[in-house]
Design a protein around this ligand. Structure first.
Ligand SMILES: O=C(CO)[C@@H](O)[C@H](O)COP(=O)(O)O
Length: 234
């Protein structure tokens, strides 16, 4: 029996770590890079103890972006703002499990808007809470730091969580991608992909590097080697 080749993991640099004074240049320089998506962190100062940017800034990023915008809403009551973020250019809309009383309804709303629907889980939230919505999801984002700030240390328990989520998605017949967000570097990227991650978000590792475009290319090459080695051992 022939087994399907695993798709290459996607890279989503987080613009939270970019130079906000030069967002046009920061976005444009990623145009020809190994970035598959541009990760945009929206924070409201309520769900998380920080405020980043909102709809007008997302609109501005979208004007200059060549890649789809992967929008991570770290906000309370996201249901009130979904269509505004879609209109501003969001391709993926990810809401937090912890911020949604009526999560199933919010997921349906995102899909009705024509966006890909994602749910993010804080580090303390077990993956099993997604059992009854997994089949409807396009993306599950596992937070590997506590949300709110860039530049934090990766939480090692994430690796166990990725494997548990992979199992849950298979059991539920879900084709949702597994995204990891927070503290991702070349040190943990291969282990994350081996555990089952499909999308890696990296902020400070990319933007604090002397050459973010070269860093993305190196990460892409590293992950290609990881996947190829995995295929060779199957
Ligand atoms: O959502 C968040 C933080 O809340 C992340 O997207 C960070 O922006 C990732 O940044 P690094 O941990 O890679 O610096």
């Amino acid at each position: 029996m022939t087994q399907n080749r695993r798709p290459m993991p996607l890279l989503a640099p987080s613009l939270l770590a970019a130079d906000f004074g030069n967002l046009q240049a920061e976005t444009e320089r990623l145009a020809g890079s190994a970035a598959d998506w541009l990760h945009c962190d929206v924070m409201d100062g309520r769900f998380v103890p920080n405020i980043s940017f909102g709809i007008p800034v997302l609109q501005a990023i979208h004007r200059h972006a060549k890649q789809p915008l992967d929008v991570h809403l770290m906000i309370e009551d996201p249901q009130h703002y979904l269509s505004a973020f879609r209109d501003a250019g969001a391709h993926n809309l990810t809401v937090h499990y912890e911020a949604c009383t009526h999560l199933h309804r919010v997921i349906q709303q995102i899909k009705q808007l024509g966006c890909k629907a994602g749910v993010a889980l804080n580090p303390h939230t077990p993956v099993r809470v997604l059992e009854d919505v997994a089949a409807d999801l396009d993306l599950v984002c596992i937070m590997s730091v506590n949300p709110g700030f860039g530049g934090q240390a990766f939480i090692p328990n994430t690796l166990r969580k990725v494997a548990a989520l992979k199992e849950l998605l298979v059991d539920c017949g879900s084709s949702a991608l597994i995204e990891i967000d927070g503290g991702v570097t070349s040190e943990n990227a291969s282990a994350l992909v081996e555990a089952g991650a499909d999308v890696l978000v990296a902020g400070s590792f990319v933007f604090n590097a002397p050459d973010p475009v070269a860093t993305l290319a190196e990460l892409r090459a590293q992950l290609a080697a990881t996947v190829n080695a995995e295929e060779a051992n199957r």
